[in-house]
Design a protein around this ligand. Structure first.
Ligand code: GTB
Length: 219
């Protein structure tokens, strides 16, 4: 049975691949599995039908054969565990790849999201300029540590894995702030992720949603 995921009917990023369905699409493409997408509006996400799938009324969700999942990390892990291509076969290497997934979501993503939410919600506040250095300092701390750990390796732990998929997805969100540019090896790492054919297919698919919406008059 083909899995169905949910995505924004109208993504605020205008199809730049920053919403969290992108990482799930990328995972499906890496393992060569088809998937269906059901688009939801902001209003629909808060209605009982969607809340039955996602307790917080968000995207993405995943449905397949009676199984319903939410949280992009859990969904990508599920895909990676069910299909070859995103997790090493060797047990310790597999556990390390999963550690990198959690590191991306639990350690690196929070300060990046905090920086991005500060820009979206607080940039007109008088105190924004005073707060920003501390917020950016927290992003720099994590990017600096990650940069040291990656060094000149292509991927975080040997071959490309779900850990890299998640880390690149998270880092992409910091691209617009300019902070990523301070770490050339991380920029190159993200570029390697974006150059993967599976990433390109996933990006094109989510961009097509925005393009189709624009052509029928949505803004
Ligand atoms: N921890 C959850 C996960 O990883 O799945 C977080 C899910 C989440 O934040 N979903 C967001 C959502 O549904 C969309 S991705 N928001 C609607 C709501 O909460 O009501 C977050 C996102 C949105 C937009 C951009 N952007 O425009 O750049 C980037 C990321």
């Amino acid at each position: 049975m083909t899995a169905t995921i949910t995505a924004f009917e109208l993504s605020p990023d205008r199809g730049q691949g920053l919403a969290r369905d992108m990482r799930v699409r990328w995972a499906f493409e890496e393992v060569g599995q088809p998937y269906d997408v059901r688009l939801v509006s902001f209003g629909e996400m808060k209605q009982p039908v969607h809340l039955a799938l996602h307790p917080f009324g968000q995207i993405p969700t995943y449905e397949e054969d009676g199984l319903v999942l939410f949280e992009s990390g859990a969904i990508v892990l599920h895909i990676a565990q069910r299909h070859a291509g995103l997790l090493p076969a060797q047990a310790n290497a597999r556990a390390r790849a999963i550690s990198w997934m959690f590191a991306a979501l639990n350690t690196v993503e929070p300060p990046i999201v905090e920086r991005s939410m500060a820009w979206v919600l607080e940039r007109d506040e008088a105190w924004y300029g005073q707060r920003l250095p501390a917020v950016e300092g927290r992003v720099r701390k994590r990017l600096g540590e990650l940069s040291s750990c990656l060094g000149d390796a292509d991927w975080l732990d040997g071959a490309f894995s779900a850990g890299d998929l998640m880390m690149v997805s998270v880092l992409l969100r910091s691209k617009g702030s300019g902070l990523l540019d301070e770490y050339p090896n991380l920029c190159a790492y993200v570029a390697r992720g974006e150059a993967r054919p599976a990433y390109k297919r996933a990006f094109a698919a989510q961009l097509a949603v925005f393009t189709a919406g624009a052509s029928v008059g949505r803004k």
